[in-house]
Design a protein around this ligand. Sequence first.
Ligand SMILES: [Zn+2]
Length: 133
Amino acid sequence: LPVTGSMLSNQDERLVEEAHRIIALRKKPDWHSVGAALRTTSGLVFSAVHLEAKVGRIAVCAEAVAIGMGAAQGDTNIEAIVAVNKHGEVVAPCGMCRELISDYSPDARVIVPTQNGPMVVPVLDLLPNKYAG
Ligand SMILES: [Zn+2]
């Protein structure tokens, strides 16, 4: 667990609440167990749930679905993003999502769990030696 990071702003706290809301509303055993919410620099909020699949490795993370929702609205400039599991705990993004978030928004801030509770960190701090293509 990273110990360093910034405190959440009020907007960040609301983003965590939105991720809580969406997974509490949509959780479904074997199908949806993680929710994510992102806020773009223009202030739009997109929230989504992850897509489990019978072939486990084709499951799609909630963060990726939320980014896709933003893309469909023409807004992928992520300011902050968070994921929450079905137990209501903030969870760090997986490695693939770190790549995806930073591809679309290298300046994105990610809310991650720490020993001191959820904190905000720059996405690139979570991804040393990012894939360069
Ligand atoms: Zn992921």
